[in-house]
Ligand binder design. Structure first.
Ligand code: C2E
Ligand code: MG
Ligand code: MG
Ligand code: MG
Length: 281
């Protein structure tokens, strides 16, 4: 290949590059093996209702439990899974696991599942969702799908139709990480979201910056007038919680309330959080 690219680009052997190519190849082999061996687990982070108190939902956050490397966070393997075409299988497994595990919680607590944009293209997301609901017995009203703006950039008409069909079954749709991508207010008008999750990069600054607080309030006002609520992500301090609540957010999520926990550790935590005054006091 280097030859056909012409003289200007001929390559010198770079041992660092070879090393990272090998690492990546090994990671790919391990990831495929992890799918077969089912080496994934979901951790859950409660999302608090900051108006009435209590837990509104728990977000399922994927971890890969690798025998050599330990627990690997999603940002370190989801892009690879998307690249090598296995995100569909992983996404379907996540939906199934999350729906089963949510059956163990109080029926007024929903489960939020992150969905990759590629699950809209290469998979029948409707069938995956219906399969996960049927197998678990979870009510569709307890399932919330989180999608990012990148879903909306391509194949817009198909995506729009899928979102409408999902909502018609009772499943809810949230826009995740709002404000980080090609945020367009037009998306909010065109797509049937129930909830907007304001990215933690805005929340981080509400302590120190009046502008960040103004943005939270403005997004919440627009969302409200379109019939949507907002969730503030990444709440780490009481002051941040106070500001996002003053800005009108209905829900908040972050280390202040609870870190993501393995399913077995979540159960007792849900009972405690039901009475947790940090959400409202
Ligand atoms: P996300 O959906 O925006 O999830 C929130 C992330 O913020 C999680 O990181 C969570 O642990 C972290 N977080 C929660 N509270 C705080 C806080 O107070 N401070 C800070 N600094 N961070 C906080 P995590 O678990 O590493 O997940 C990262 C991203 O990976 C997620 O961002 C989501 O985009 C993606 N992801 C996670 N699980 C899945 C999955 O099952 N499928 C797909 N396609 N993507 C997933
Ligand atoms: Mg999310
Ligand atoms: Mg997010
Ligand atoms: Mg995020």
């Amino acid at each position: 290949r280097a030859k056909t690219e012409g003289r200007a680009t001929y390559r010198v052997f770079d041992p660092e590059m070879a090393k990272s190519a090998n690492l990546r190849r090994q990671m790919e082999v391990d990831l495929r093996e992890a799918i077969v061996a089912d080496r994934f687990e979901l951790h859950y982070q409660p999302i608090m209702n900051i108006r009435q108190g209590g837990v509104a939902a728990c977000e399922a956050l994927l971890r890969w439990n690798d025998p050599k490397r330990g627990l690997i966070p999603p940002m370190e393997f989801i892009p690879l899974a998307e690249e090598i075409g296995v995100i569909g299988e992983i996404g379907e497994m996540v939906l199934r696991k999350a729906c089963v595990e949510a059956m163990a919680w109080s029926s007024d607590i929903k489960v939020s599942v992150n969905v990759s944009p590629l699950q809209f293209n290469s998979r029948d997301l409707m069938a995956d969702v219906a399969g996960a609901l049927a197998a678990s017995g979870l009510s569709p009203h307890r399932l919330d799908l989180e999608i990012t703006e990148s879903v909306l950039l391509a194949h817009t008409e198909d995506v729009l139709e899928t979102l409408h069909r999902l909502r018609a079954t009772g499943v809810r749709i949230s826009m995740d990480d709002f404000g980080t991508g090609y945020s367009s207010l037009n998306y909010l008008r065109r797509f049937p979201f129930d909830k907007i999750k304001i990215d933690k990069s805005f929340v981080r600054d509400v302590d120190s910056s009046e502008d960040a607080t103004v943005i939270v309030r403005a997004v919440t006002n627009i969302a409200g007038s379109l019939g949507m609520i907002t969730t503030a992500e990444g709440i780490e301090t009481l002051e941040q919680r106070e500001r996002v609540r003053a800005g009108g957010c209905a829900e908040a999520q972050g280390y202040l309330f609870c870190r993501p926990l393995p399913a077995a550790m979540l159960r007792p935590m849900l009972d405690e959080l039901a009475l947790d005054t940090r959400a409202v006091a």
